[in-house]
Design a protein around this ligand. Structure first.
Ligand SMILES: [Zn+2]
Length: 301
């Protein structure tokens, strides 16, 4: 093995909740590659991918938003053979996407995966179930990506009193499947090798995110990932020092503003180089001005 393979830089495009906007996510990734001349090692997506393979089986929120923007239903065009899937995922050197579950997905569907697996005919979209990991570059300096999706149980912040305790127990017993359990968070990655990049859907409780999850803070402190990425909260957090001394980044949802331009803070570039990690949020790149709700599909050729 040469020194080179140890010193190699890896660039990942990181995306917040995309809610079905796979075409938009790949458009941004390809435009960034063209502009920078750099090849991406992968796309990282922190849940609320909008994994609804059947557009007639949606949750209520997704049904509501899909009436305003059909892009919310985008996923189903990528999990079977379609022209759109072919256009975005069958290119030469298409970078892989690694994603976890959020709180708006088809949980029957994602629950059928017990191991990290691709969900598309082109084998580009890799789902990482809770507490599992994928290791990249097995022949050089490995990068391990761990996933822990879902949102914390609503009563995580346990209140005092008999009534509150009862409510807490009930919530923990009949957990909605968009939640993760305290037990799962405490046992995740116990047998694992070192996790370099931890993706969670919700964020950890920390000075910059008071409403974050205590269980996710404990998880990050225990496994000490190099990088911790999350979405869900509609807040841009960091890059800053997170629990467990990680580089912590919280992302906005990938969507357009009323004026048709992209919301800021929904994506960025993570660069890993040796033991250092760096995250930049592209703001002033010329191509960003061209990415609009009505026209983004015509930007790639
Ligand atoms: Zn969410």
């Amino acid at each position: 093995m040469t020194m080179d393979s140890y010193n190699q830089q890896h660039h990942f495009a990181v995306f917040g909740d995309i809610h079905g906007r796979i075409a938009l996510m790949y458009t941004l990734a390809y435009l960034w590659e063209n502009e920078s001349g750099i090849k991406l090692s992968g796309l990282l997506q922190v849940g609320d991918m909008g994994a609804f393979p059947n557009p007639f089986k949606l949750d209520n929120a997704t049904q509501k938003y899909a009436q305003i923007d059909p892009d919310e239903l985008g996923f189903h065009k990528f999990c079977t053979q379609t022209d759109e899937g072919e256009f975005y995922l069958a290119r030469q050197n298409t970078p892989n996407t690694y994603f976890i579950r959020g709180n708006h997905e088809d949980f029957d569907y994602l629950g059928s995966f017990s191991m990290p697996e691709t969900v598309d005919p082109w084998q580009r979209l890799h789902f990482i179930p809770d507490g599992q990991q994928i290791t990249l570059f097995k022949h050089s300096k490995r990068i391990t990506i761990g996933g822990f999706g879902g949102i914390p149980p609503s009563t995580e912040h346990r209140a005092r009193g008999k009534k509150a305790r009862k409510k807490y127990r009930k919530a923990h017993r009949h957990a909605d499947r968009s939640f993760f359990s305290e037990l799962k968070a405490k046992s995740a990655f116990n047998q694992s090798e070192k996790i370099d990049i931890l993706m969670t859907h919700a964020g950890p409780q920390c000075p910059d995110l008071q409403c974050g999850s205590i269980y996710l803070t404990e998880l990050a402190k225990r496994i000490r990932p190099k990088v911790h990425l999350f979405g869900h909260h509609h807040q841009v957090i960091g890059p800053c020092q997170g629990p467990g001394n990680s580089l912590l980044v919280g992302l906005e949802h990938l969507n357009f503003k009323r004026n048709g331009e992209l919301k800021e803070g929904a994506w960025g570039i993570l660069t890993l180089s040796g033991d250092s990690a760096n995250f930049t949020s592209p703001k002033n790149l010329p191509f960003l001005k061209t990415v609009k709700r009505e026209t983004y599909r015509s930007l790639l050729n």
